[in-house]
Design a protein around this ligand. Structure first.
Ligand SMILES: Cc1ncc(COP(=O)(O)O)c(C=O)c1O
Length: 396
């Protein structure tokens, strides 16, 4: 698939970008969609009757429809946010919590799917934390004792941003519905899954999924919260654009996504995100998954064969994506990242990856180096990466 795709990412001409788990690159068609908003129909959404207002409102709505289609949902259930973090916080702030409520989460979580729940301790909400094994995989039976009739929410990441491992979301959802409270809800952090593996909210059996547009070829400042029953969630922001009517004493909220998108949204970004999911669909989410699996295999096998390198996470390719963490005896992860950049223009992430509880659990106080690949990376780039890591390991 590669040459045609790479032509859409001119930034790749002199770098090897392996930091897509932090943010992905943006292809030309998405940039064009963003620019065409400003060049051709720059106006506000949902507020006017003039011609530009009508064009932009329709395009913004279409973008919601496209993103909804991408995850097997309906248009009115998809709310545009600025990122995954905002989306998860909307759930934390938008549900009514009672003292004694319980939240089940895991030790794999990114801080964005951990702190919003930890903060609720102030309200008397208890947090139960399920541990994966050291490879990042769960025993399903570990979720059962964590659930009770006080379980209000289960919040789990579908793919670990450190270990790349895929969690059994469908099965966890079934346990949540069976063993949790009658009104227990299930939130999936899809920040690392939506860009890389086919995601269907019906199949996952969740009530919320949050993900970031900027990690799936969309513009920065874009993210998504899908809500199964929008009426069960209180909006966190109130103001223009989210009401049906307002009187001196009262108001009636609008339905659908508008209820949660008070104020002028990131219109160009939302339209760009719609174009990004079209792009991913054109390439094919299954094809992307297969292609990245090939790159991940090469990366894993290559890294494992280098002396002094320790690789983390499951090595079974069917239960992981191309997000690969490693360390090297004798060097700090930041040193390795700098050396990769300096020696071969390879850009990787290093540190704790916003997962300090997981790093503590794995005994990695300095964190790891994380290489993450996407549809625009090549096998040749993986070869260069492995040769460079090998050279670095030889000089330590
Ligand atoms: C699993 C996971 N959840 C949440 C986030 C937060 O995403 P954002 O910074 O776009 O809010 C990230 C970002 O890396 C992530 O990997």
């Amino acid at each position: 698939m590669n040459e045609r795709i790479r032509a859409d990412f001119p930034i790749l001409k002199d770098i090897i970008y392996m930091d897509s788990a932090a943010t992905s690159l943006t292809p030309e068609p998405v940039l064009e969609a963003v620019l065409s908003y400003y060049r051709e129909y720059n106006a506000n959404v949902g507020r006017g009757v003039h011609r530009l207002s009508q064009v932009v409102s329709q395009k913004y709505k279409d973008a919601h429809r496209k993103v909804a289609g991408f995850i097997g949902a309906n248009e009115g259930e998809v709310i545009f946010t600025k990122n995954t973090t905002e989306a998860i916080n909307m759930v934390a702030y938008g549900l009514n919590w009672a003292k004694g409520d319980e939240i089940v989460t895991t030790l794999l979580e990114h801080h964005s799917n951990f702190l919003p729940w930890l903060r609720l301790k102030e309200k008397g909400v208890h947090l139960k934390i399920v541990k994966p094994n050291k490879a990042g995989l769960f025993e399903l039976s570990d979720f059962e004792p964590a659930m009770s009739d006080r379980t209000r929410l289960v919040a789990v990441t579908q793919v670990s941003n450190v270990l790349g491992t895929i969690s059994p979301i469908k099965e966890i959802s079934a346990i949540c519905k069976e063993k949790g409270g009658e009104d227990s809800l299930f939130l999936v952090d899809g920040a690392q899954s939506a860009p890389h593996i086919p995601v269907d909210v019906g199949e996952l059996g969740c009530d919320f999924i949050a993900f970031s547009g900027h990690k799936m070829l969309g513009p920065t400042g874009t993210g998504v919260l899908w809500v199964k029953n929008p009426n069960e969630l209180e909006p966190t922001l109130f103001g223009g654009g989210m009401i049906e009517s307002v009187s001196k004493d009262d108001y009636t909220l609008a339905g659908g996504y508008e209820r949660f998108e008070a104020g002028t949204p990131h219109i160009a970004g939302g339209i760009g995100l719609g174009r990004a999911v079209d792009y991913l669909k054109e390439v094919g989410t299954g094809e992307i998954r297969d292609y990245e699996e090939r790159l991940a295999k090469k990366l894993l096998e290559g890294l494992q064969s280098i002396e002094k390198v320790q690789v983390y996470g499951s090595t079974n390719l069917s239960e992981r994506i191309g997000v690969i963490s490693f360390t090297m005896t004798g060097l700090h992860p930041h040193e390795i990242a700098l050396m990769l950049d300096e020696a071969s223009d390879i850009l990787v992430r290093s540190g704790h990856h916003c997962c300090m509880p997981l790093m503590d659990y794995l005994g990695l106080k300095d964190g790891t180096v994380r290489a993450s690949v996407y549809l625009y990376n090549t096998e040749g780039e993986v070869d260069t990466f492995l040769e460079t890591v090998e050279r670095i390991a030889k000089v330590v």
